[in-house]
Design a protein around this ligand. Structure first.
Ligand code: SR1
Ligand code: MG
Length: 395
């Protein structure tokens, strides 16, 4: 369906400041600075600061196309409203991990929110060697709470379907379906990779077991409505410090399989693992372990105390679900590892590596690891995934 953009106008630094003043979110007489800081693929982000107090706000604006792909890939402005709505939903379940939304305007595709500039984007922090000691415990809790509270185990199934209606997000889901689940798995479809990776890529395209398993994972992404997902939970969607963690950018939010958020975060930890030396790898393995322990512990607590399903006491039901989430997550993580290596949207973790040979070795490892996670997901647990990383990177 085409959208009418007649009321849409791109913000500038000047109009962003005018809006902040009009909303009363900054002092009308203050001396304000405004910088466009968006480094994501899709939107513009303005950071407005009161130069006297250093207090600020963020104004985010979606444009009617994907910023990274240009105007040739039109993209709904509705994603701004979906993002604002998702932030509000998720914050109601875990305020400690989600920024506050002050204002949103659907026509202008604007969301005004809490300034998080005292925190660092986790992907950049990890590349700089920041340890983020509480991050993975927090993200485990965040995924457990958002996925439990938005599921049929907490909401009445009819109420859940009503919420899901507000989060049908076909255009953003299409990006995932194409970029993560389709293009990287067919030689003739668009891709982007170094010529030195051709053989490793061909190995994936020729592996019918991988292709069949990706088809199943794609089907699960398209059809399962287990919980309201963030939908793009990579380390560029998380701000953190030593003590604080905030999850941003849920414009891909939709009702889908819980394993998708778990898998995205897992894969983005693995990008770091493959790029690091032995000691650095151990730090990331600790993150992986803390993430999964925290998710399972929190989900189990919520299941035991807040579950409204008549089946909640049935022996074996919770273990069945936790096993399913993990199996799905490792499969989705495999797809993410492959698409960020040979698909159209790369990650800085790999691309900043300066030595070409080391970079190609790391990217070959992410491709092999991705294929193994996809094919062996039924039989893997966290220690087995760690062993696979060690085998693929020979440490
Ligand atoms: C065209 S958008 C490419 C990627 O950026 C977003 O953050 C999502 O990960 C998407 O797949
Ligand atoms: Mg994003």
């Amino acid at each position: 369906m085409t959208q009418n953009h007649s009321n849409f106008k791109r913000l500038t630094s000047v109009t962003a400041i005018i809006l902040a003043k009009k909303l009363g979110l900054v002092d009308a007489d203050a001396n304000l600075s405004c910088k466009e800081i968006g480094d994501g693929n899709l939107n513009y982000v303005f950071h407005i600061t009161d130069t006297a107090t250093n207090k600020g706000i963020i104004i985010k604006q979606a444009v009617p196309y994907a910023k990274v792909l240009g105007e040739s890939w039109p993209l709904t402005l509705k994603r701004a409203a979906i993002e604002a709505n998702a932030l509000i939903h998720f914050r109601s379940y875990c305020p400690e991990f989600v920024p506050q939304v002050y204002y949103s305007d659907e026509q202008l595709a604007i969301t005004v929110m809490e300034d998080l500039s005292h925190l660092k984007i986790v992907r950049s922090g990890f590349i700089d060697g920041d340890p983020f000691p509480l991050l993975s415990q927090h993200i485990g809790e965040y995924v457990a709470k958002t996925s439990f509270y938005t599921s049929d185990y907490h909401l009445e199934p009819s109420a859940k379907k009503e919420v899901a209606r507000h989060f049908t997000n076909p255009e953003l889901c299409k990006i995932t379906e194409v970029f993560i689940f389709t293009d990287p798995f067919f030689e003739e479809l668009p891709g982007d990779f170094e010529v030195e990776l051709t053989d490793a890529a061909k190995t994936i395209w020729d592996d019918q077991e991988v292709i069949l398993e990706v088809a199943k994972l794609k089907q699960s992404f398209e059809t399962e409505q287990e919980a309201l997902l963030h939908g793009d939970l990579h380390t560029g969607s998380i701000f953190a410090s030593e003590t604080e963690t905030k999850v941003i950018d849920p414009e891909f939010a939709f009702y889908g399989p819980v394993g998708f958020d778990l898998g995205q975060y897992t894969a983005n930890l693995l990008f770091q693992a493959v790029t690091r030396n032995v000691a650095g790898k151990e730090e990331i393995f600790t993150h992986l372990d803390q993430f999964w322990r925290s998710f399972e512990k929190t989900y189990t607590e919520l299941w035991n105390t807040q579950n409204k399903s008549p089946f909640r006491h049935v022996t074996g039901y919770l273990p069945y679900l936790l096993t399913k989430f993990k199996r799905d997550a490792f499969g989705f993580a495999g797809c993410e590892l492959i698409r960020r290596t040979i698909g159209l949207s790369h990650v800085a973790d790999l691309n900043v590596m300066e030595d070409k040979e080391t970079k190609i070795a790391a990217k070959t490892a992410t491709l092999n690891l991705g294929a193994l996670l996809i094919k062996k997901r039924e039989e893997l647990d966290v220690p087995a995934v760690i062993d696979l990383v060690k085998q693929q990177t020979l440490t």
